[in-house]
Structures are given as C-alpha cells and as structure tokens.
Design a protein around this ligand. Structure first.
Ligand SMILES: *Cc1c(COP(=O)(O)O)cnc(C)c1O
Length: 389
C-alpha cells in the first residue's frame, strides 16, 4: 500500500491523502474492510498485529494519513468518539501524581472527565482563565504536564490566548493540547502555530453529516504512539463502517465549512441588528472581544454562534415555538441547522450561578448553522422573532 506524498492544499489532501494505491480492483472509493482480523505478516509486537481494536486495518490507516495531513501533523489516530480521543490522550500521556492546567470553560464531557474521573487516578487539574496569562504561574506545579484548551469555546465562542499558552508550554516544558472541533482545520491549524496535540470530535464537522460518533488526535509520532497504545487497551476503536462514513464525510469538509462560515456570519449580523436581540456571540463580528485575534489566526470563524434575547427565557421559548427550519437538538457541525438552550441541555448539570460564571445565562440560545440557504435561515429567524419584542 503506497500513498500520494508531498504537501498539497487542504482541498486536495481531503480527497487524495492516504488513498490506496494501487486502487483495489480499480475501485475509486476505498472499500470497507469488514474483517476483524487479518493474516499474520510477521508483526513484531502485539500492537502491530492487524485487528480492528488495534486501530490498524486499511480503513484506519487511510484515515490516519488523511487526518494527519489535514492538521499538518506527523501522525494521527482515529477513535470511536471525541471523548475516546480525549480520555485516551490524558491517560496515554499522564501518570498518577501528574497535574493539568485547563481552561475553566470546556466541553461538558471533558470538564467532567478531568474534574471527576482523573482525580480518582491521582491526576489533578487546576482550572484557569486561558485568556489571562498572568494567572497561570500561580497554577503551575512541578508535576504539571499538560495545558489544555479549546480553539473556540462552546457555547460562548471565546477565543482564548492560545499563542501565549504555546509560549508558556514551551517555557515550562508542558504539552499543549487543543480541542479544535469548533474551529475545524479549514479555519485554523493549531500545529502550524506550535501546538503539540490537536483533538477533534469527528462526530461534528469532520464527518459533517450527523450520522456517526468518532474522534481524532493529531501530533508528533511519539505522542500518537503513546496514545494509540492506551487506546488499544481501552478498546475505543472506530468500527470500519464508521471509518468509511468519516472518510466520505471528510472529502467535502472544506466546502461545507466555508459555506457554514459565511452563513453563520450573515445570520450573526442579522441577529445583531435585530431589535429583539440583546447580544450575539460570534468571533467574526467586530463586536466580539477577541475579533482581532480571530481575524489574525482564523481563515473563517466557523458555523457556531450564540445569542440572547432582550425578553430572556420567555422570548427564547417564543422563538423555539415558532422557528421552522432548525431542529431543536444538541450537537453541531451537521447539514441541518440545530438550535438549543445550553441551560436546558449541554449545561443542565450545572447550577445556574456556576453557568453564569462561564457567561452562560439561562436565556442563552446556541445555534449550529447547517448547509441550508442562508437567506432561508435569516427569513426563518426573522419570522420566529416576530412578536417577541
Ligand atoms: C462533541 C464534542 C466533544 C465530544 O465528542 P463526542 O464525539 O461526542 O465524544 C468534545 N469536544 C467538543 C468541543 C465537542 O463539541
């Protein structure tokens, strides 16, 4: 099995990187290798025996190469979910007694894993404001190993000071880890600016069709090897059929994300000038507190936005009752526009004041822009807001 080499533009890598050459029986699409085990070929170690759980079937190998090229990383690993990528990364790199510094606002599953599960293994986390470098030295311990952030946070759409995080990690010998799910590699490739490890919930934009759960980790071969060994033991391997769907979804990533960038910006602008709207969070808006940073480093601001209505929870209920196109559902990154109130879904497990500390009011509305015509979405938000002010 050989593959195309050399650095090409992202759109080309999405289609060609990692593809089987020669093509099997001439098939333009790589087939699904629905085989749990493969003939012995003198593999030297347990981790190299070809077996689905060991993440090394042809469907895995194709994806590893494509995903690595996508983030301009040396190596990549595909996993059975975003949380499998996140948990295998922490468990693969850390031992009892180690310490993590993490941004205070993280994806709920990640927050709960580091705050509740890792302490039972003797791994502690200090939460900081990753936009306030002056506060980090106080959090640092001799045992600190990882600084963990997200490139765009959800649902407030913060863009933290990741360049200062990278510098801090270099100076202190820490591994910088960034969850790049919401920005996507179309808009931002953290490894190009010096981040050590990139994580994805491939469930979201990478697959892009709301039909599988998957994850990915990208970074140096050494880090990926350590994380793969942990994943091999934890068992969080992606099934070959889901590998195939992720592979298929990836080919259109650039087209989808560019449409979602453009559409989200237009919807954000529409909402911002609407008399019923109190506040819109979107890094592409000039009013976003870190708009300059997003413009400097991101090629687009992504498909997620959140907003609050002047009429609060009652007005949000009114909107949810009238909106027609968006599905009222959690998750993000698919073809359908999705709308949620984080206080009742993703962040329902927190107390109201805990949410408020993270800037998540009970009235906050989060939107994942899909692939519908922008004008239809704007018309729909317009009609749904009628009578709410
Ligand atoms: C959804 C999500 C995850 C978790 O991914 P799963 O595929 O659901 O396990 C992690 N990080 C972010 C930013 C997410 O949006």
């Amino acid at each position: 099995m050989t593959s195309l080499k050399g650095e090409r533009r992202l759109e080309t890598e999405l289609v060609h990187a990692g593809e089987l050459r020669p093509r099997i029986a001439g098939a333009v699409n790589a087939p699904i290798f629905q085989s749990s085990t493969f003939e012995f070929a003198n593999e030297g170690s347990y981790h190299d025996v070809r077996y689905i759980r060991l993440n090394n079937t042809p469907n895995h190998v194709i994806l590893h190469e494509k995903l690595a090229r996508l983030e301009r990383a040396e190596a990549a690993l595909v996993t059975s979910s975003g949380m499998a990528a996140i948990s295998a990364t922490f468990l693969g790199l850390l031992s009892q007694g180690d310490h993590i510094i993490a941004h205070r606002s993280l994806y709920g599953g990640t927050h709960s894993f580091v705050a509740k599960d890792l302490p039972k293994l003797g791994i502690e986390t200090t939460f900081v404001d990753a936009d306030d470098p002056a506060s980090w030295q106080r959090a640092l311990r001799p045992t600190t190993r990882i600084f963990y952030i997200e490139s765009i946070t959800n649902p407030i759409l913060e863009v933290v000071d990741f360049m200062a995080v990278i510098e801090f990690c270099r100076a202190k010998g820490l591994v910088s880890v960034i969850d790049n799910t919401c920005a996507t590699p179309v808009n931002f490739r953290p490894i190009e600016v010096g981040v050590d490890l990139v994580l994805h919930s491939a469930t979201k934009y990478l697959n892009g069709h709301s039909d599988i759960v998957a994850g990915a980790v990208m970074g140096s071969s050494g880090h990926i090897e350590a994380i793969k060994r942990k994943l091999d033991h934890l068992g969080g391997s992606l099934d070959p059929h889901a590998c195939f769907l992720l592979h298929r979804g990836l080919k259109t990533l650039a087209l989808r994300v560019r449409h979602q960038n453009e559409s989200a910006l237009q919807v954000a602008r529409f909402l911002e000038q609407h008399p019923a709207v109190a506040k819109v969070n979107y890094p592409g808006l000039e009013t976003h507190p870190r708009h300059a940073r997003a413009r400097e480093y991101f090629r687009g601001s992504g498909g997620l936005l959140s907003f609050e209505l002047k009429g609060g929870v009652a007005a949000a209920d009114h909107l949810f009752g009238r909106i027609e196109l968006p599905a009222i559902a959690p998750s993000l990154g698919g073809p359908e526009t999705l709308i949620t109130r984080p206080a009742t879904t993703s962040h329902a497990g927190m107390e109201s004041d805990e949410r408020a500390q993270q800037g998540i009011s009970d009235a906050l509305i989060r939107v994942s822009i899909g692939l519908e015509a922008t004008e239809d979405l704007i018309d729909d938000f317009g009609q749904a807001l009628d009578g709410s002010y």
